[in-house]
Design a protein around this ligand. Structure first.
Ligand code: BG6
Length: 468
């Protein structure tokens, strides 16, 4: 290009968190345990009981978000705070907490973007079969109704279910409650179908109940590369995208299962039972935008039908692993990697945005993107996270190119606004613009400290991205 387009004036410069990773207060004010609370944690890492103590410190946190200049804050609401038994009685203390948080955001001119479900099913529902039980669809719809009733006049942007594809394709990545075993693939695709129905009904309900409401899915979405120009690699790579991404997004946006992915499911006897009326429900749920979480790309070759399909990894992020007998993950010599082995590929973000927009023609909101690192708190409260600045800067440059390509991008909410518990590495791996002073097990004073990236991102926002 001879000229790149500016970021739109209304661009939602934001940042993200999720309830169980930031709030703490896991059993306070009437909250019941979620499946996450009942999971085993990797040895040596923090659990989610106190996390970053945002539940008690949200006012201070929102103040810092405002100082950083955030125009939007994407957070999740814990179902277990709103309806502790999954269905029925509403917990007013839970409602109050989110009401106060939302009011505080609005007071500070920060647009709330609410994820309705971020991995944290009420454990009481899990005990009744979880998402494998069709009743969970109605339970979710009941929860959604309460959210729209209570917060619909203040919240414009809603996200249905965070990273459904991670939950279905790599359930172990999120954890299984103590004493339970990982569900079979067949069971997982049944759960998937129920989640898709719940999502479609929820999107419809949002449009009925919230006059200005905009709602969309939030999947871990990423482009892939084929390993070589070998046509077999091209087919494998195409399969990967269909099974990992389009199978979920096609249903969310077009209301139909992706034909390639569906054939794969039928061939392997994994296809869910479709009841009368299900396809109509899926057709009637229409998103207003597509949200994507983007961290890495994968590079894919034809399957060798042995363990190397999975072990030759495209990166450590679980969702990037190959699948034996279907496609093989390979190393990409043209991209970098984080300390944790996750592929760093800013151009892949541009590619992903182009593909998603070309396919669905809906505005795109980036709801996660970021780098996990063992940040170090130095003397005089300094955190020199230059690697984070570099990472986000490079991704924003590519985002701007995608906008120039003609993609409609509504906003950018990197992971994470403030340090949160990482699913596998606790506080050893941090993502925030704001440091939380605690260790894995030593809570210290949980003080908030602005990292170098805080000041950098503030300047990006104030200049609307013209000074990256
Ligand atoms: C995303 C999740 O998949 O990745 C977040 O939506 C998560 O909840 C993020 O924290 C980073 O993963 P991790 O394992 O480094 O915390």
């Amino acid at each position: 290009y001879t000229n790149t387009k500016d970021f739109p004036k209304s661009f939602l410069w934001g940042a993200s968190t999720s309830a169980y990773q930031v709030e703490g207060a896991w059993n306070e004010d009437g909250k019941s345990p979620s499946i996450i609370d009942m999971c085993n944690h990797p040895e040596g890492t923090a659990d989610f009981k106190i996390a970053s103590d945002h539940y008690h410190r949200y006012k201070e946190d929102v103040k810092l978000f405002a100082e950083m200049g955030l125009k939007a804050y994407r957070f999740s609401i814990a179902w277990t705070r709103i309806i502790p038994y999954g269905v029925g009685e509403i917990n007013e203390k839970g409602i109050n907490f989110y009401n106060d948080l939302i009011d505080e955001l609005i007071k500070n001119n920060i647009e709330p973007i609410v994820t309705m479900y971020h991995f944290d099913l009420p454990y009481v529902l899990e005990q009744k079969g979880g998402w494998g039980n069709r009743d969970t669809i109605n339970a979710f719809l009941g929860y959604a109704k309460v959210l729209f009733e209570r917060f619909g006049s203040k919240v414009k942007y809603w996200l249905t279910i965070n990273e459904q594809n991670t939950m279905i394709l790599h359930p172990g990545a999120i954890g299984t409650p103590k004493g339970s075993t990982l569900p079979s693939k067949k069971e997982l695709y049944k759960q998937n179908h129920h989640m898709l129905l719940a999502q479609a009904l929820t999107m419809k309900l949002c449009h009925e109940m919230c006059a200005n409401g905009k709602i969309g899915p939030a999947l871990n979405t990423t482009a892939m590369y084929q390993d070589t120009s070998n046509p077999d690699d091209a087919i494998a790579a195409h399969n990967w995208e269909s099974i990992r991404c389009w199978n979920f997004l096609d249903v969310a946006v077009k209301g139909v299962y992706n034909p390639l992915a569906w054939s794969y499911l039928v061939d392997r006897k994994l296809a869910p039972t479709i009841q009368d009326g299900d396809m109509e429900i899926l057709k009637n749920g229409k998103p207003d935008f597509v949200a994507i979480n983007y961290y890495s790309t994968a590079t894919i070759a034809a399957s060798k039908n042995d363990a190397s399909d999975v072990s030759a990894r495209a990166g450590d992020q679980q969702i990037m692993l190959g699948e034996q007998g279907v496609y093989r993950a390979t190393e990409n010599p043209y991209v970098g990697k984080t300390k944790y082995g996750w592929v760093v590929d800013p151009v892949g973000l541009r590619m992903t945005l182009r593909k998603v927009y070309e396919r669905y023609n809906l505005p795109i909101l980036i709801t996660e993107n970021g780098i996990g690192a063992p940040d170090v708190l130095e003397e005089d409260d300094i955190v020199n996270d230059d690697y984070r600045i570099e990472y986000i800067k490079k991704h924003l440059e590519q985002l701007q190119l995608a906008i120039t390509d003609g993609v409609d991008v509504m906003g950018y909410c990197p992971w994470s606004a403030i340090d949160v518990v990482s699913t596998h590495q606790g506080y050893g791996k941090r993502y925030g613009f704001i440091y939380v002073d605690r260790d894995e097990f030593d809570l210290k004073d949980l003080r908030r400290i602005k990292k170098k990236s805080f000041y950098w991102y503030k300047n990006v926002i104030v200049t609307n991205g013209s000074d990256l």
